[in-house]
Design a protein around this ligand. Structure first.
Ligand code: NIG
Ligand code: FE
Length: 408
């Protein structure tokens, strides 16, 4: 089956095969082609080129009517498998409590763990799948999903099995991350829980092949650098590559321990010193910032521009979760990257596509317009320029979203 998209004003996000991420000055560029067509075959990008070279033998034509064509967003950091919501804590926050104060009172992540424990697998799947559809409707084509609201072996496995079921039922690409070390479960003392994560949870997760990555919330009041070192050592032994939550609440040492374990990404980074920037240089680790949680919690925005000026790449993701970022809209993330972090529209586009794909180990498959990659594509309404997208950030500019070549 050959589908041809015709009348494209500009294809944006073109990359040659084999480029898996962008760093430093590469972030300032995106490959473009004006007056173009794009051919999809068996759900993948088969070719693209100038209008005059468009093949005449496609089975189906989609008319872009002068809109642009972009790669779908990749969201490399989410917690969308959760039960219910935490709108009560939202009111506490409005009344002046901080994220840490809510957590200290036994709320926050532990509140979500209680809700998850009393929710059936089917209901958890139903609620989570609604969030997946909400995200694909808004242009996201690849989603990393973390566990971490189980905090007991059985409940962590329950979450990861729901993620597997999502993966089997959505046209989006899904990666799973084991985040047992998200908070100390209510039933355990600190050391006892770290041992449970290392000696029971990780082997059980690996035995069922439920996760691609292992993550730790390495931050003040949660897990120490030493805990993180032990958990990543255990995870790596079972073939799970590290991804880290670090430097959200304090300069935690999480970046350094992540880099020591060749983490694929270190995420949050609201609080970062020059030492973290220096430590990331020359590594395979993608710094990932989450402007949605900075916005929602009133935290500083990451120093993305300084990272780029130091020659590093940056990815941006939504952190969609019930406590610090109840929003999975990557159009908003792109806009916040520009409005609050002062990235250019092109830098932020690279951060929400190719670099986010890299941060979830999927940039050989999605994140750019490249022959052979999945045809995860956004067709826009006609726009005078790419800048219009993050500028007029509430305008519904997506006309059609294709996942593996099919409208979703
Ligand atoms: O990435 N920081 C830790 N974890 C999540 C929040 C989880 C929650 O509050 O439910 C985050 O912001
Ligand atoms: Fe998170």
């Amino acid at each position: 089956m050959k589908t041809c998209i015709k009348n494209i004003s500009t294809i944006v996000g073109i990359l040659p095969q084999g480029v898996l991420r962008k760093q430093g000055a590469e972030m300032n560029e995106t490959g473009t082609l004006d007056d173009a067509y794009l051919l999809i075959e068996d759900g993948r990008i088969a070719a693209f080129g100038k209008r005059e070279d468009m093949p005449a033998d496609a089975d189906r034509y989609i008319d872009a009517e002068g809109g642009m064509l972009l790669p779908s967003f990749c969201d490399s950091h989410t917690h969308i498998v959760y039960a219910g919501n935490r709108s009560g804590e939202f009111l506490d926050k409005i009344n002046g409590l901080s994220y840490e104060e809510i957590a200290h009172r036994g709320g926050g992540i532990l509140n979500s763990a209680d809700l998850l424990h009393s929710t059936s697998d089917d209901e958890l799947y139903r609620q989570s799948m609604e969030r997946v559809r909400e995200m694909t409707d808004k242009g996201t084509g690849a989603i990393e999903i973390k566990s971490g609201y189980g905090l007991r072996t059985e409940d962590e496995l329950k979450m990861l099995r729901v993620i597997r079921r999502i993966r089997e039922n959505t046209p989006a690409l899904v990666k799973a991350t084991f985040l047992g070390a998200h908070a100390i479960g209510r039933d355990y003392r600190h050391e006892e829980y770290v041992q449970l994560v290392c000696n029971e949870m990780i082997p059980a997760v690996a035995q069922e092949g439920l996760a691609d990555f292992v993550d730790v919330f390495c931050d003040e009041g949660f897990f120490t650098v030493e805990d993180t070192d032990r958990i990543l050592t255990a995870g790596t032994k079972y073939g799970l590559r590290a991804k880290i939550h670090a430097n959200e609440l304090a300069v935690s040492g999480g970046v350094q321990v992540g880099v020591k374990h060749h983490a694929l990404s270190v995420d949050h980074l609201e609080k970062t010193t020059d030492a973290e920037i220096a430590c990331l240089k020359g590594t395979d680790t993608m710094p990932t910032m989450l402007p949605g949680s900075s916005f929602f919690l009133g935290l500083p925005y990451g120093r993305a521009k300084e990272f780029i000026n130091a020659g590093l790449g940056v990815a941006l993701a939504s952190d969609y979760n019930p406590g610090s970022s109840p929003n999975g809209d990557m159009r908003f993330v792109w806009a916040m990257g520009c409005i609050r972090m002062r990235l250019t529209p092109v830098q932020a586009l690279n951060a929400v596509t190719i670099n986010a794909a890299y941060a979830m180990g999927a940039s050989d498959e999605v994140g750019s317009i490249t022959v052979g990659k999945r045809a995860n594509l956004i067709i826009t309404r006609p726009l005078p320029s790419l800048t219009m997208i993050p500028y007029q950030y509430q305008t519904p500019w997506i006309k059609l979203h294709l996942l593996s070549g099919q409208p979703c």
